[in-house]
Design a protein around this ligand. Structure first.
Ligand code: PEP
Length: 255
C-alpha cells in the first residue's frame, strides 16, 4: 500500500492574518505543482487565518487544517470554535490532542477521544497526536503510554471513520527542544501504533493510515524520518514558520 508523504506545518499561536497571507502568497509562488506532486503539503494556521488562507490556496493542492476544535456545532458557548465552523471556514483537517493542548489546556484522553469523534462528525480529518514525556521515556513507558492514548480513541471509531484518521507520534521532549529520537526509535513507535490500529480494525486498514513523526523536524533530518518504513510524513512546528526552511523540507521530500 502506497501512502503519500505528508508535510504538515503547525503554526501554533504565531503569524498575524497578514503574515499568514504573505507566507501563503510566497509559498504558492515557489510551489511547482509537478515538482511537488509526490507530497501533500498542509498548513495549520491560527483559526483567524483559516478562511483567508483557504481562499488564497483555493485551486492549489495545498491543504488547510485547524489546530484544535471545541465540541458541539453551534450554540451559546462563548469563545468556542466547533468543527462545523472550522470546516465552513476552510479547514479540511484538524489536530487533536496536541501535547500543548494536553499540557496547557488540560485535555485528557477522554476529551481527546470525544474531539476525534466530533471532528469526524463535522467532516474533518483528525490528526491524533500522541507521545511520551521525558520522564515516561526514562521509565521506558513510551509504548505503554501511546497504547493508552490511542486505546482511548479507537473504541469510538468505526472502520469508515478510521480511514479518515492520521496519527502523529510526537515525543513531548522532542517538541521545540532541538532533541530528536533516532529514526529507528521513531519508527519503532510508529510500527507499534500501526500494529494497534491493525488489532482494532484490520492490518489492511492500518496499512492505509498515515503515521507522522513530529518533534524538532528540520530540513536536515526530515528525510531520515520519512525513509523509515512506518513513518509517512512530518508534523513540523518551528521549522515551518520560515518560508525558506519550509521549502527546503518540501524539496528534501520531493524526490
Ligand atoms: C509541533 O508543535 O507539533 C512540533 C513538532 O513542534 P517543533 O517542530 O517546533 O518541535
Amino acid at each position: 500500500m502506497m501512502r503519500r508523504v505528508l508535510l504538515a506545518a503547525n503554526w501554533k499561536m504565531f503569524k498575524t492574518v497578514p503574515a499568514a497571507l504573505a507566507f501563503g502568497r510566497e509559498l504558492l509562488r515557489r510551489y511547482d505543482v509537478d515538482h511537488f506532486s509526490a507530497i501533500d503539503v498542509m498548513i495549520f494556521p491560527t483559526a483567524l487565518a483559516l478562511w483567508p488562507l483557504s481562499q488564497r490556496f483555493a485551486g492549489s493542492p495545498i491543504q488547510i487544517g485547524a489546530q484544535n476544535l471545541d465540541l458541539g456545532t453551534e450554540g451559546a458557548l462563548t469563545g468556542a470554535l466547533s468543527g462545523y465552523l472550522l470546516r465552513e471556514a476552510g479547514a479540511e483537517y484538524v489536530l487533536v490532542g496536541h501535547s500543548e493542548r494536553r499540557q496547557h489546556f488540560g485535555e485528557d484522553d477522554e476529551l481527546v477521544a470525544t474531539k476525534v469523534q466530533a471532528a469526524i462528525s463535522a467532516h474533518l480529518h483528525p490528526i491524533l497526536c500522541v507521545g511520551e514525556t521525558a520522564e515516561e521515556r526514562e521509565r521506558e513507558e513510551t509504548l505503554a503510554i501511546m497504547r493508552r492514548q490511542i486505546g482511548a480513541v479507537l473504541p469510538g471509531l468505526g472502520s469508515q471513520d478510521a480511514i479518515k484518521l492520521t496519527v502523529a507520534y510526537e515525543p513531548v521532549w522532542a517538541i521545540g527542544s532541538g532533541k530528536v529520537p533516532t529514526a529507528q526509535d521513531a519508527n519503532r513507535a510508529a510500527a507499534a501504533i500501526r500494529h494497534q490500529l491493525g488489532e482494532r480494525f484490520s492490518p489492511e486498514l492500518a496499512d492505509r493510515i498515515r503515521i507522522l513523526y513530529g518533534g524538532s523536524v528540520s530540513p536536515k533530518n526530515v528525510r531520515e524520518f520519512i525513509e523509515a518504513p512506518d513513518i509517512d510524513g512530518a508534523l513540523v512546528g518551528g521549522a515551518s514558520l520560515n518560508l525558506e526552511t519550509m521549502v527546503a523540507m518540501m524539496e528534501s521530500l520531493a524526490h
